[in-house]
Design a protein around this ligand. Structure first.
Ligand code: SF4
Length: 272
């Protein structure tokens, strides 16, 4: 009978397969204080607070974050005459209420509404940009090649796809896989805000700049937002590449690996 492989060896092989060589710094190292030639110590991950009134950013070591919101969702009923979704008490109820939504033009071109998938009590929530062609057909986020890569990335940091929750900034496919425009993001955001409110994740990972800027209401590049900790409604938020971008640019996988290791380390710290 063939002997089954040690799970640790399998995990390391998977990490190597996804992210390449020389990427095996142990996870806890990410959050340890790093020596610097100019300072006695520096902290690897910073937290960025955004002043709601002035728009100014304040960078702090993550262990000095004050329990204050960097950004509150906009008043979700003020701008959109949406139905009673805000009173939904669980995800199924919310899905039933909004699944025929036509509040933006994407509603008229979608094949399937893509609500989100995963554990309704997830501690980890992933947010992407919007459904692609395959997601539009299947009605589920992150299927196809990018979805498989996301599943592999999660596995490499010891999360299963079943234990997390995955959603998008917009729930209907932008034609031709274009980036959703601000009007569409604004129209759809209240639904995502309600999902987050119901799930109450411990931590959120944004996949790509559209997800990050859409959630954090912050104009910045992905490069500037990586390796920092933001907050949405008091929930820590980190940012990394969208798996589809990694498929187009495999050279970014190394940076993604650093991001997800830091994400895992922060998660471990938060739940310990
Ligand atoms: S993208 Fe969002 S707001 Fe637009 S139609 Fe779809 S569900 Fe409604």
């Amino acid at each position: 009978m063939q002997k089954s492989k040690n799970p640790v060896i399998s995990l390391l092989e998977l990490q190597k397969q996804i992210f390449g060589d020389d990427l095996f710094m142990p996870l806890p190292e990410i959050l340890k204080v790093q020596p610097s030639p100019h300072q006695a110590v520096t902290t690897a991950i910073k937290s960025v607070h955004i002043d709601k009134n002035t728009g100014e950013q304040h960078v702090q070591p993550v262990n000095q974050v004050e329990p204050e919101m960097a950004h509150e969702p906009d008043n979700i009923t003020e701008n959109y005459a949406v139905p009673s979704y805000s009173r939904a008490t669980n995800l199924d109820e919310l899905n039933d209420i909004i699944c025929n939504c036509q509040h933006c033009v994407l509603g008229s071109t979608r094949k399937k509404f893509v609500f989100g998938v995963g554990n309704p009590d997830a501690k980890v929530m992933l947010i992407g940009e919007g459904p692609g062609a395959e997601e539009d057909i299947q009605g589920e986020p992150f299927v196809g090649r990018a979805g498989q890569l996301l599943t592999d990335i999660l596995k490499a940091i010891n999360f299963s796809r079943q234990e997390v929750y995955i959603a998008n900034i917009v729930k209907c496919r932008p034609p031709g896989n274009r980036t959703p425009v601000q009007e569409e993001i604004d129209a759809c955001f209240p639904y995502l805000a309600k999902q987050i409110e119901l799930i109450k994740p411990t931590i959120i990972l944004c996949l790509g700049s559209t997800a990050a800027t859409g959630l954090l209401k912050k104009r910045d590049t992905l490069g500037h937002m990586r390796q920092k900790v933001f907050e949405y409604s008091k929930i820590p938020v980190m940012v990394t590449y969208h798996p589809a971008a990694l498929l187009r640019n495999p050279g970014w996988k190394r940076d993604c690996w650093e991001d997800v290791k830091a994400f895992r380390a922060l998660y471990d710290k938060l739940i310990s």
